[in-house]
Design a protein around this ligand. Sequence first.
Ligand SMILES: C[S@@+](CC[C@H](N)C(=O)[O-])C[C@H]1O[C@@H](n2cnc3c(N)ncnc32)[C@H](O)[C@@H]1O
Length: 272
Amino acid sequence: MTARDYSCVVTLLLDRSSIVLEAGKEYLVEARLWPLARRHGLASVSEFIQRLRAPGSGGLIEEMVEAMVTTETSFFRDIHPFKTLLDTVLPELIAARRNDRCLAIWCAASSSGQEPYTIALILREYFPELADWKITFQSTDLSHDMLRRCRAGNYSQLEVNRGLPVALLMKYFRQEGARWQIRDDVREMIDFQPINLAEPWPAMQPFDLIFLRNVMIYFDVETKKSILAQISRILRPDGYLILGGAETTFYLDVSYKRVESLKGGYYRLAAK
Ligand SMILES: C[S@@+](CC[C@H](N)C(=O)[O-])C[C@H]1O[C@@H](n2cnc3c(N)ncnc32)[C@H](O)[C@@H]1O
C-alpha cells in the first residue's frame, strides 16, 4: 500500500466516523480491508482504495468504515460496571422512579449486542418488579453489520463462553446447533437503531443511564468534547454516564464528576 493509499483511508475514516488512525497502522488497514477487496473481486487492498477515490463510491466508503471499526466486546465486559449496576445503581434508580415507574437507557456503540443484552438480562433476572414499568431501551451503533447482529441476538459458543454466566445462558438462550439464540422477550426489550456519534444526532429523550463504553478512545479531543456536551443535555440530573476503563471526562468536560464510590466508570452531572 502506498503512502497516498494510507492517507486516503485515514482521511475518509476521520471524515465519516471521527476515528483517528495513527501513523504506522498500515498492517491494520491491510488486514481489515483485504477480505473486503477480495469480496469485490479485487486483487489487492490498493486496488480497493483506488475504487474508494472514484466518484460515486459512497457505498464502498461505508463498507470500508464498517470494516475498519474495532468491534471487540463481550458479555459482562470488565464485570465492575455491571456489578455496580446490579448492586447499587439500579436499586437506587428504581427507588427514585417508584412513582413514575419509567426508566430510559441508551447503550451507544453497542457493537454486536453483548453489552445491551447484558443490561437487559440483569433487568430481567434480578429486577422482576420492573415487569410493569415502562422501560425505554435504545441501543445504537454506526455499523449496520453490527446492528444486524444485535437484532438477531444469535451468538457462537465462543461468544457466550466469554463472560456470560451459565445459569443465564441456560435460562435466556436456546441452543441452535453450534449457536445460541437469545429469547425473543429479551430481544424485544431493546430498540436497535443506527446512530453515528460523530454526525448530528436525532432528537433524543432524557436518559437515566447512558453506556458509552470503549468508543471515545478512538476519537479526537474535539469529537469527545462534542459528544460529552450533547450527552450532558440528555442525561437526567440524577442519571449516570458509564464510560470504558480507558476513558474519562477529565480535561474534556467540567459538567461531569466521576462517582468515586462506584466501581466501573460511573459519571454524574456536577451540580450547577
Ligand atoms: C470496541 S466496540 C465497543 C462495544 C461495547 N460498547 C463494549 O464496550 O463492549 C466499539 C464500537 O463503536 C462503534 N463506533 C465506532 N465509531 C463510531 C461512531 N462514530 N458512531 C457510533 N458508533 C461508532 C463501532 O462500530 C463498534 O461497534
